[in-house]
Write a protein that binds this ligand. Sequence first.
Ligand code: ZN
Length: 174
Amino acid sequence: MKIHLHFVALFALAAALPAWAHVHQHGVARLDVALEGQTLTLQLNIPMDSLLGYERRPRTVAEREAAAAVLAGLDPGSALWQPNPEAQCGLVKTTLVAPLLQSPAQPGVKDAEHADLDGSWEFRCAQADQLSSIELGLFDAFKRLQRLQVQVAGPKGQIKRELKRPNKLLNLTR
Ligand SMILES: [Zn+2]
């Protein structure tokens, strides 16, 4: 498991974020897609509610197991993201930050009312100029997720898209 490696960074991040940074809309996730050279980076911000159905620490064994399964499904997460095969993209790095699941409760400190997971997936695409779409597994994996707000930054400029369940094809061309 890679998760414990991110512990230190998590603490720093959780402490640095003001309360307003956690405000989000349940059922809505944000995805930033960036293509630079051969490097395709996907950055996801998703409410814990969309992943687990709640935004507090898991309380029971069953909840802890379900939460661990969610994290395991996101890391490495190759099934979640399928760039069109012509681009020949391979996943090289996954980073997940979910303070609620990865850091212990701090005595005397109340958890925020909302909680997110931030995930980052980095691909290397041998034929990056062939990249035209990404098939997303998010709506299949997370039934509570309704909408995905997408920003794409690449050689063709910036594109904004909104995908609604059950549409899972993110078109990267205009
Ligand atoms: Zn929330």
